[in-house]
Design a protein around this ligand. Structure first.
Ligand code: ZN
Ligand code: ZN
Length: 126
């Protein structure tokens, strides 16, 4: 076998399809996993799943929930959700916060949409 071809660390008989963005291990197409656009090996994927979401992800979700009592916290949730997702992509925040951040951002957009509808409704009535 050609020595210049990188092989999967888990399956020595298979050519590597890429490297884990976390530990640099060669992974084949069978053992690579994706998280927020990052390629991870099986082991790092397990570790990433076990990580707790960052505080910002949880704060974003809290603001998104508060948005049900008023619209402004929903806008904060959009901003925090975006920041958190960007941090996860840069590898600065645990990937497990992705679901929380996406939820917070989407709920935030929902509040914003409601706000726009209410404002238009008021404008039409005036
Ligand atoms: Zn890895
Ligand atoms: Zn493999």
């Amino acid at each position: 076998m050609d020595a210049s071809i990188a092989l999967c660390a888990t399956h020595p008989e298979r050519p590597a399809d890429g490297t884990c963005s976390r530990c640099g291990t060669f992974v084949c197409e069978h053992c690579r996993r994706w998280q927020v656009g990052r390629m991870l090996c099986l082991r790092c994927h397990q570790v990433a799943l076990g990580e707790k979401p960052s505080r910002r992800a949880n704060v974003a979700l809290a603001f998104a929930t508060l948005g049900f009592c008023g619209f402004v916290p929903g806008l904060v949730a959009i901003v925090l959700g975006h920041q958190e997702l960007a941090a996860i992509r840069r590898g600065e925040a645990p990937g497990s916060g992705e679901g929380v951040a996406v939820l917070a951002r989407n709920v935030g957009w929902f509040h914003l949409a409601l706000l726009v509808i209410v404002v238009i409704g008021l404008a039409l009535r005036a």
